[in-house]
Design a protein around this ligand. Structure first.
Ligand code: C2E
Ligand code: CA
Ligand code: CA
Ligand code: CA
Length: 278
């Protein structure tokens, strides 16, 4: 994806004024993509370090653009968030991920599913009900769904975000603080949030075996999360060396290219088969 030329969707992004023609075109194309079914959901495995059990998958959206090919989410999620497109996009990802999870469940796989939620969706008045409907329609138990919300988005408006998180928790949905460590909020604040999981940001994990400072941050998150009963997920694990260090530190779950890149459902099925055989 990084090799895409300046003709790609990237070319639209430098001009971010609300009314710029390029941006409007991107928004129109994105809206059409949601309606036309040009969005895809890929899945990346999360594995428990103790026992190597697959604990869950993270759903990551992709845009299959008719001209530009696969467009990564970093290029269109920010635009979707600043327009109304994020609402239908979030619903699409949630429904697709839960339908696929039901299908895996029928075939005897009982892992969980994590879905990324923008703060704009979280604070949407109908959001909690929509999650309830999506769960009911799929028949997936609420405890199998984890919603990932970035640390910075919860912190941007805790007065509004926390009550919504509490309603979701009361439904049985699990909640994860994503990109943890870059928002500079104190770990003790986590105690006041109704969350079950913390994801240490990739920027610390990918460098921890070479940077004593990053290693110290990873260690602090792991050590302080345990007494709070929080599962720690380290994202962006790319090397065996990092996996070993995380095992030594007592990290709960890892995710990253070392295990697998995010995969389309059919490819994830093959990944699952290879694991069973191995
Ligand atoms: P994120 O939630 O922090 O997701 C993790 C990102 O790191 C993913 O990028 C994943 O492919 C990538 N990644 C995983 N393991 C590794 C690794 O070992 N090395 C490296 N270098 N990267 C790794 P992706 O799929 O491009 O998504 C980027 C961001 O877009 C996500 O960051 C998330 O913030 C957002 N996003 C993706 N899907 C959705 C969605 O359905 N809804 C919302 N609201 N945001 C989404
Ligand atoms: Ca995430
Ligand atoms: Ca993350
Ligand atoms: Ca991130």
């Amino acid at each position: 994806a990084a090799k895409r030329t300046s003709r790609g969707v990237l070319a639209y992004l430098p001009v971010m004024e609300a009314s710029s023609p390029r941006r409007l075109r991107l928004v129109t194309e994105l809206r059409r993509a949601v309606e036309a079914g040009d969005l895809r959901v890929h899945y990346q495995p999360q594995v428990r370090l103790a026992g190597s059990e697959l604990s869950g998958l993270e759903a990551l959206v992709r845009w299959q653009h008719p001209e530009h090919g696969i467009v990564p989410p970093d290029e269109f999620i920010p635009v979707a968030e600043h327009t109304g497109v994020i609402g239908p996009l979030t619903q699409f990802v949630l429904q697709t991920a839960l339908a696929d999870l039901r299908d895996w469940g029928r075939r005897g796989h009982h892992f969980g599913m994590s879905v990324n939620i923008s703060v704009r969706s979280l604070l949407d008045p109908g959001f909690v009900e929509e999650v309830g409907h999506a769960l009911a329609a799929s028949g997936v138990p609420a405890e199998r769904l984890t919603l990932e919300i970035t640390e910075s988005s919860v912190m941007s408006d805790p007065e509004r975000a926390v009550p919504v998180l509490e309603r979701l928790r009361d439904m049985g949905v699990r909640l994860s603080v994503d990109d943890f460590g870059i928002g500079h909020s104190s770990l003790t604040y986590l105690r006041r949030l109704p969350v079950t999981e913390v994801k240490i940001d990739r920027s610390f994990v990918s460098t921890m075996v070479h940077s004593p400072e990053d290693l110290a941050i990873v260690r602090a998150v792991i050590d302080l999360s345990e007494p709070l009963g929080l599962t720690v997920v380290a994202e962006g694990v790319e090397s065996e060396e990092t996996r070993l260090e995380l095992t030594r530190l007592g990290c709960g779950v890892i995710q990253g290219y070392l295990l697998s890149r995010p995969l389309a459902k059919v490819d994830l099925d093959r990944w699952l088969e290879r694991r069973t055989v191995a």
